[in-house]
Design a protein around this ligand. Structure first.
Ligand SMILES: NC(=O)c1ccc[n+]([C@@H]2O[C@H](COP(=O)([O-])OP(=O)(O)OC[C@H]3O[C@@H](n4cnc5c(N)ncnc54)[C@H](OP(=O)(O)O)[C@@H]3O)[C@@H](O)[C@H]2O)c1
Length: 233
C-alpha cells in the first residue's frame, strides 16, 4: 500500500485542481486534497474514496499550515511523488482608477506567488526522495503581457518560479512542469468579469497535467500552454 504513488494538489476543492484530483485517482494515485473549503474537499473525497485520499484544510499563504499539511501527508501515505501547486485567484486589480486594493493585492500576491513558492520549498525535499514531479499552475497571462492587472504579474512570477526551480533541481531527477491555461470555465470567474471568448473545461487542463506526469522519467515536459481554440490573445 505504501508503495502506491501519492499526488498532492493545492486548490483541489474546485475547478482545475478538482478535475486533476479525479484523473489522478483514476490513474491509481493516492491523492492529497488541499484548499480552504473543507466541505467541498470532503464531498470530493466521498466521490473519490476515503482510502485513496486525504483532505487537509490549508491556506497556502500560511507557511505553518502548509508545513503541517505536507508533514501530515507524508505521515499518512509515507511519500509524495507528484505535486500540483495550483491554488490561486484573481480579483481584477487594475493599476489605475477604481478603489485602492490594499488587502486584495496583498492576499493575491501571498496566495499566487508566496503560496506556490512555499509549496515548492516544503515539497522538493520529499520529491527528491521519490524522483518526483513538481507542477505549478501559471497562466497564459504569465506568458503574454496583459493589460491592467496585478494578477497577470503574479503569474509572470509563477513562470519565473517554475524556471528557477527547474534550474536548481538539475541533477536530482526532479521534473518541473509549468501549466499555462487560457480561459477555463471554473469558479475562478465568479470574482472577475469573464472575457468574451471560447473556454476550456477544467478536465481539458487536467488531461494536460496527466500528459506531463505520465511521460517516462527521462522526459521533462517543461511547459504546457493551452488555450481554448479561438481565444483571441
Ligand atoms: N480559470 C481560468 O480561466 C484560469 C486560467 C489560467 C490560470 N488559472 C489558474 O488556475 C488555478 C486554479 O484555478 P481554477 O480556474 O481552477 O479556479 P477555482 O475553481 O476558483 O480554483 C481555485 C482553487 O484555489 C483554492 N484557493 C484559493 N485561494 C487559496 C488559498 N489562499 N489557500 C488554499 N487554496 C486556495 C480554492 O479553494 P478554496 O477557496 O476552498 O481555498 C480552489 O480550490 C489558479 O492558480 C488560477 O490562477 C485559471
Amino acid at each position: 500500500m505504501r508503495k502506491r504513488k501519492v499526488f498532492l494538489i493545492t486548490g483541489a476543492s474546485t475547478g482545475i485542481g478538482e478535475a486533476t484530483a479525479k484523473l489522478a485517482a483514476e490513474a491509481g494515485y493516492r491523492v492529497v486534497l488541499a484548499a480552504r473549503s473543507t466541505g467541498k474537499l470532503e464531498a470530493l473525497q466521498d466521490r473519490l474514496g476515503s482510502d485513496n485520499t486525504m483532505v487537509f484544510a490549508c491556506d497556502v499563504s500560511d507557511w505553518k499550515a502548509q508545513e503541517k499539511m505536507i508533514n501530515t501527508a507524508v505521515e499518512h501515505f509515507g511519500r509524495i511523488d507528484v505535486v500540483l501547486a495550483n491554488a490561486g485567484f484573481s480579483k481584477g486589480s487594475s493599476f489605475y482608477g477604481g478603489e485602492d486594493k490594499l488587502d486584495e493585492w496583498r492576499e493575491m500576491v501571498l496566495t499566487n506567488v508566496y503560496g506556490p513558492a512555499v509549496t515548492a520549498r516544503l515539497c522538493l525535499p520529499k520529491l527528491v526522495k521519490t524522483g518526483g514531479h513538481f507542477l505549478i499552475t501559471g497562466s497564459v497571462v504569465g506568458h503574454i503581457t496583459s493589460i491592467r492587472n496585478l494578477y497577470s504579474a503574479t503569474k509572470w512570477a509563477v513562470t519565473g518560479i517554475a524556471q528557477a526551480i527547474r534550474n536548481e533541481m538539475v541533477g536530482t531527477g526532479i521534473r518541473v512542469t509549468l501549466i499555462e491555461p487560457g480561459v477555463v470555465d471554473t469558479p475562478f470567474w465568479d470574482t472577475v468579469p469573464k472575457p468574451d471568448t471560447p473556454e476550456l473545461l477544467p478536465d481539458d487542463v487536467a488531461r494536460a497535467v496527466m500528459y506531463a506526469v505520465s511521460q517516462p522519467p527521462h522526459v521533462d515536459v517543461n511547459q504546457v500552454l493551452i488555450r481554448p481554440t479561438g481565444q483571441p490573445h
